[in-house]
Design a protein around this ligand. Structure first.
Ligand code: TPP
Length: 384
């Protein structure tokens, strides 16, 4: 595999070891973000990265599908046909490059914005819509797909990912876990506890931070005084890498390297993917209240889809006709998924009480009884 001309966080510059300190050799200072593709679709290095043409096309297809899905989901919410939804546009390279790099046996732990990563791993778009439509069915990950369900409480999924990785290590099961979280997630205690545990026990975990520059309205600069989020790994004794998160090839290559290292017993890696959320935080948010138009424009020019399309065209693997056909196919596929979602049988409202505990605790039993009494009185009408 061709190395980017830029390198992993500090693999060039080991931090000086003060006398008497028992620091290990695996300490890194900061290097520039890993980059393979420039925004104009040209590669940073002369040599082409060693990624099969078929994989490049598949990953680009996923990115386009993700964009089409995202735009459609946003409209469905606006039309009252979907519940609250967290858009992913702008983060396609970060999600596809990382999810595609994993093997099927590996486990993925999403937060609430990784719809595309879930789809890359085999979950259906209609199932993902069911989740956002409030159906219990949407929370069921089909057998054989090693994705956890989305975690809404920020950073809690990090502990799950480290725990599963540790269990696998103890059992001698050569799997890797990858956990997504945002820049805001790095301020949670769960992040630090998970990172520390992973460092001490050398768990095969990839901490994948999508630094999309905001935690709702809070900008990255207010999140931490640290120059990068990747450098937080240094405190826990393992490698932290910053990567251009809108560069599909750099994300894919960096994640693969972290995965191979983890599988060979090399322990965890923190990857900070520098990206941008082009849309609102969720459908309940208005980003014009805290972001400037110029900033949005700056990132629109770095749209990960444009960069990849230009790259494929330059390689001679792509043209206008294929591009048009791909978007048409993606729109048709997503339209079918929307139909499947809307035609799914309505679920019983009582299900919301049923799937969290093997035995329903007393407080849920009381609430269920209250609901039944209410429905009897209202003639089956739910409250507005
Ligand atoms: C423990 C917890 N605290 C607060 C919230 C409310 N909340 C929802 S999203 C969010 C910001 C998350 O930002 P970031 O981690 O950067 O992820 P992003 O939304 O940008 O993908 C907050 C504070 C929550 N869901 N969970």
């Amino acid at each position: 595999m061709v190395k980017s001309s830029k390198t992993r966080t500090g693999s060039r510059k080991p931090v000086a070891k003060p006398a008497g300190n028992n620091r290990q050799d695996h300490l890194w200072s900061l290097g520039p973000p890993v980059e393979i593709l420039r925004p104009d679709g040209r590669t940073v290095a002369k040599e082409e990265p060693d990624i099969a043409a078929d994989d490049l096309l598949k990953m680009y297809r996923w990115m386009v599908n993700g964009r089409v899905f995202d735009e459609r989901a946003l409209k469905l919410q606006r039309q009252g046909r979907l519940g609250t939804y967290a858009p992913l546009s702008g983060q396609e390279a970060a999600q596809v490059g990382s999810a595609y790099a994993l093997e099927q046996r590996d486990w993925l732990f999403p937060s609430f914005r990784e719809h595309l990563a879930l789809a890359v791993r085999g979950q259906s778009w209609s199932g993902i819509l069911l989740y956002h439509g409030g159906s219990e069915e949407g929370g069921r990950v089909p057998e054989g797909i090693n994705n956890f369900t989305p975690s809404i409480p920020i950073a809690t999924q990090i502990l799950h990912a480290v725990g599963v990785a540790w269990a696998a290590k103890l059992r001698g099961d050569p799997i890797v876990t990858l956990v997504y979280f945002g820049d805001g997630g790095t301020s949670e205690g769960d992040f630090h506890e998970g990172m520390n545990f992973a460092g001490v026990f050398q768990t095969p975990t990839i901490f994948f931070c999508q630094n999309n520059q905001y935690a709702i309205s809070l900008p990255r600069a207010r999140q931490t005084r640290a120059e990068t989020l990747a450098q937080k790994a240094i405190a826990y004794g393992f490698e932290g890498v910053q990567v251009d998160g809108n560069d599909l090839l750099a994300v894919y290559q960096t994640t693969r390297q972290a995965m191979e290292k983890a599988r060979q017993g090399g322990g965890p890696t923190l990857i900070e993917a520098l990206t941008y959320r082009l849309g609102p935080h969720t459908t309940a948010d208005d980003p014009t209240r805290y972001r400037q138009d110029e900033e949005l424009q700056h990132w629109q020019e770095r749209d990960p889809l444009i960069r990849m399309r230009l790259y494929l065209e330059r390689r001679g693997d792509w043209d206008e006709a294929r591009e048009t056909a791909l978007w048409e196919e993606a729109k048709a596929d997503i339209a079918q998924s929307v139909t499947a979602y809307e035609q799914a049988p309505a679920r019983d409202v009582e299900e919301i009480f049923k799937y969290t505990y093997a035995e329903m605790p007393w407080n849920l039993q009381e609430q269920l009884a209250d609901l039944r009494a209410y429905l009897q009185e209202s003639g089956g009408q739910l409250p507005e």
